[in-house]
Design a protein around this ligand. Structure first.
Ligand code: NAD
Ligand code: DAU
Length: 353
């Protein structure tokens, strides 16, 4: 790739992972122009970007990836050179109640973005389309083992089926039109800015408010957890050093049963809130299982570790402790994202396109 001034489009930059990626790139690379494109669904929140919203290399565009004209305008206005694509519907439970929303954003939205890049860019050698995906495309590891980059796709939920489809489209555009593409498939993230519908922030919120902690089924399902800033660091490494056309799995070799995570959160929060040991565990409530609930995910992250030298920086207990502290210190954020008051914040800070 030639050395040229980069103008990087990061989609979904107001969401959980996207906000950490935007912050990292804006702060670490003042020579790049970073354009955050996000339509601000319930999961997108510009408060996540307060620290960098005044930076001269940061720009925000409120656009839906389903609007082709909006995408073309942004590519032209900012002379976009590269894309890091995170915008998506991301919650498995919502995909079970409204699969079509996932087909629209995750599949059609991704194809719109690919088409815009394909049309706007002239010499593909100078550009990169980096698609952020999930380990859920590989299905469920009911019989042991790990997900490798070569594991066959076997998505089991409407969410993972939509992400698998978008991955296939990215590879198809690389093969058919010779776009330079990269795909990463990451395990479960946790940390600041995660919407409190996902297991960890939901439990932190409910423990604080003495509300029931809903554990699906028997709580025996296993997830492989990674601190969100370590995912953002991996995206930085892959964007700069990854070999175009390749896929990299990202994970922390950190498997936990759901029930053990919930118990750990209870223990840590009893300590932090000065409650008697065992108080919060009484909130644990076993509820009806998620339909088609994948039993276990576990990522083999050897390739990114060996070939690109990336390693997670945080041990899980330290990451969980930082995460709890962040939620306890950001009550206003929690109140805003759960009440819709954030919409007013947006209107005050930005004008809609
Ligand atoms: P999130 O739900 O927190 O954020 C998604 C963002 O995308 C929001 O800001 C939302 O406003 C925006 N968005 C949604 N639909 C849009 C549309 N049609 N047009 C423009 N913007 C839109 O999601 P997240 O957890 O930060 O996940 C980000 C990406 O990483 C997703 O592609 C997800 O599949 C992937 N991923 C997530 C995890 C995880 O554990 N959260 C793990 C691996 C991969
Ligand atoms: O593996 C990567 C994926 O991780 C990402 O691609 C998804 O975007 C992200 O949402 C996440 O999916 P999960 O379904 O694994 O995350 P969630 O936090 O919803 O659930 C984690 C586990 O906890 C899962 O086994 C279901 C269970 N659970 C979840 C909730 C919300 C409960 O037991 N109770 C709950 O209330």
């Amino acid at each position: 790739m030639k050395t040229m001034k980069k103008s990087i489009l990061i989609t979904g930059g107001a969401g959980f992972i996207g906000s950490h990626v935007v912050k990292l790139f804006v702060e670490k690379y003042p020579e790049y122009s970073i354009v955050n494109l996000d339509c601000l669904t319930y999961a997108g929140n510009l408060e996540n970007l307060k620290e960098i919203e005044g930076a001269s290399n940061y720009h925000f565009e409120k656009v839906n990836i389903l609007e082709e004209t909006g995408l073309v305008e942004v590519f032209e206005k900012h002379a976009i050179t590269d894309v890091i694509h995170l915008a998506a519907e991301s919650h498995v439970d919502r995909s079970i109640t409204d699969p079509l929303a996932f087909v629209k954003t995750n599949i059609i939205g991704t194809v719109n973005l690919l088409n815009t890049a394909k049309t706007f860019w002239k010499n593909y050698e100078d550009h990169l389309f980096f698609h952020i995906s999930t380990d859920e495309v590989y299905g469920s590891l009911d019989d042991g083992g790990f997900f490798l980059e070569t594991t066959a796709y076997d998505p089991q939920s409407p969410y993972s089926a939509s992400k698998a489809s978008s991955d296939h489209f990215v590879r198809a555009y690389a093969n058919t039109y010779k776009l330079r593409t990269l795909i990463t498939n990451c395990s479960n993230n946790y940390g600041p800015n995660q919407f409190p519908e996902k297991l960890i922030p939901l439990c932190i919120h409910n423990i604080k408010n003495n509300k029931p902690l809903p554990v699906y089924g028997k709580g025996e399902n296993v997830r492989d957890w990674l601190y969100v800033v370590d995912h953002a660091r991996a995206i930085d490494v892959v964007f700069h050093q990854g070999v175009a056309g390749e896929t990299y799995n990202i994970g922390g070799f950190n498997e936990w049963k759901n029930i053990d995570i919930v118990r750990l959160l209870c223990k840590k929060m009893d300590e932090k809130l000065g409650r008697e040991p065992g108080t919060s565990e009484k909130l644990i409530t076993f509820v009806k299982d998620r339909a088609g609930h994948d039993l276990r995910y576990a990522i083999d992250a050897s390739k990114i570790q060996k070939e690109l030298g990336w390693e997670p920086s945080l041990q899980f207990e330290e990451g969980i402790s930082k995460t709890i502290d962040w939620y306890l210190n950001n009550e206003e954020w929690l109140k805003n994202v759960t009440s819709g008051a954030y919409q007013q914040y947006y209107t005050e800070h930005y004008h809609s396109r």
